[in-house]
Write a protein that binds this ligand. Structure first.
Ligand code: T4K
Length: 393
């Protein structure tokens, strides 16, 4: 960092040099102890066992079951395949209700299997599926609800479970953001019929690429294990249609390494969250989304909502930040219903999604994680504060 922003002419968007020489990204991976990782990698090379349900994957699954207090964990090559396998194992078909305000993979995992994602609106105060909107979307073709624990905050699990029970629907969750978070003291992973995690590099807890389905249902777990490995039960025996959803041994080594360092990641994220909250508390028109202090949180996403009171638009703020090499993101703008193929299939879906449109138009996700610290956050929040002052003149 080489400059201080005192006037609009100091902003990179107006031709000055950027605040950061190197980009400060949202999504910088949390990386655990390298010696731990290297030792596991050496073990793996010595063993000459690189994939196909190897010993590191088995150890990883066991540690995840203990950590999440679930009966079964089926590790997968990424969160999207894990969603697809869970959806298929639950025998979902016809229509499944999902939020539009989520990463596109939630909707695609259904559409990929010719199941119609039906988009329900969110509650603007929580950004989660609104059960009242979900209820309105139920038709005779609906077979399930796919809730999302967005930003690691729990979806309204009890209300969604009641809706599912009262309408004979299956309920599952996309818990991609929710690793190491609780709802009423229970780890996410224990709700609905199964829950899916993403362990992508950008997630709080990563295995480079990876994911898992966790469930307390024995039958569902065995079905998903078969599906993950082409349906094989023995060397020459296939009893089910399946795909290749396997996690590699090197990815499991990364998982075991990062699992041992989770507390460090949470500490860094929590420190960043407090600093952001304090620094932005007095900025009119900017609200930092809060985590429930009574629950366990991973604090992985610093989400701000930029309302009209900020005067500079959300999009202009993002342009200003990006010009300074602060790679903030407009997740999950413009909502799945505004992306293809959904935009063409359901051109009027937005009429039923006013809260989704409003929230998607206001959110900015800011850089955090163990790769950034106090001075970077001070600089980022100074820009956001400066732009607020500048625009009110
Ligand atoms: N459901 C939900 C709710 C999800 O959020 C996701 C994934 C899924 C399902 C599917 O799970 P996976 O199949 O991915 O396991 C990124 C991630 O690729 C994606 O995993 C994630 N959600 C989504 C929220 O973010 P993009 O398109 O934003 O990726 P990209 O390449 O722009 O990277 C994001 C930022 O991270 C950049 O600023 C660069 C930085 N980065 C990225 C990588 C990979 C690094 O600094 N280092 C890295 O190694 O989707």
């Amino acid at each position: 960092m080489t400059k201080t922003i005192k006037t609009a002419a100091d902003l990179a968007i107006n031709g000055a040099s950027p605040l950061f020489d190197q980009p400060v990204h949202v999504g910088r991976p949390n990386i655990g102890d390298r010696q731990h990782f290297n030792a596991l990698a050496d073990e793996m090379f010595d063993r000459h066992w690189l994939s196909n349900d190897g010993p590191l994957v088995k150890r990883f699954e066991k540690e995840l079951c203990d950590f999440l207090k679930v009966r079964h964990c089926i590790a997968m090559c990424n969160g999207t395949i894990a969603l697809e396998i869970a959806i298929r194992a639950l025998d979902l078909r016809g229509e499944v209700i999902v939020p539009s305000y989520t990463f596109i993979a939630t909707a695609h995992a259904l559409q990929w299997q010719e199941i119609t994602p039906v988009f329900a609106d969110i509650d603007p105060s929580t950004q989660m599926l609104d059960p009242a909107s979900v209820r309105k979307m139920i038709t005779p073709r609906t077979t399930g609800i796919l809730g999302v624990h967005l930003w690691g905050r729990p979806a309204p699990v009890e209300a969604l479970q009641a809706l599912a029970d009262n309408n004979g629907l299956k309920l599952m969750f996309d818990a991609s953001h929710g690793f190491s978070c609780t709802h009423r003291g229970v780890p996410l992973g224990n709700f609905g019929q199964c829950e899916v995690f993403s362990f992508h590099a950008t997630k709080f807890f990563n295995t480079f690429e990876g994911g898992a389905v966790v469930t307390n249902n024995d039958e569902l777990a065995s079905k998903m294990r078969l599906m993950r490995n082409f349906g094989f039960v023995d060397y020459d025996k296939v009893i089910y249609p399946g795909t290749n959803g396997k996690l590699t041994e090197i990815a499991a080594a990364m998982g075991l390494t990062n699992l041992a360092d989770l507390d460090k990641f949470v500490d860094a994220n929590k420190r960043n969250y407090s600093q952001y909250r304090t620094a932005l508390a007095s900025v009119e028109g900017v609200k930092v989304l809060e985590f429930n202090a009574n629950e366990k949180n991973n604090y992985q996403y610093i989400v701000i909502e930029v309302s009209p009171a900020y005067r500079t638009s959300r999009d202009d703020l993002v342009k200003i930040l990006q010009a300074e090499n602060i790679l903030a993101r407009k997740y999950f703008w413009p909502g799945c219903h505004n992306m293809e193929p959904y935009k063409s299939y359901y051109p009027n879906a937005g009429m039923l999604l006013p809260n989704t449109s409003m929230v998607a138009g206001r959110v900015v996700v800011l850089p955090t994680g163990s790769a950034i610290g106090e001075s970077e956050i001070a600089a980022i929040t100074n820009v956001i504060r400066f732009v607020a002052t500048m625009s009110s003149h």
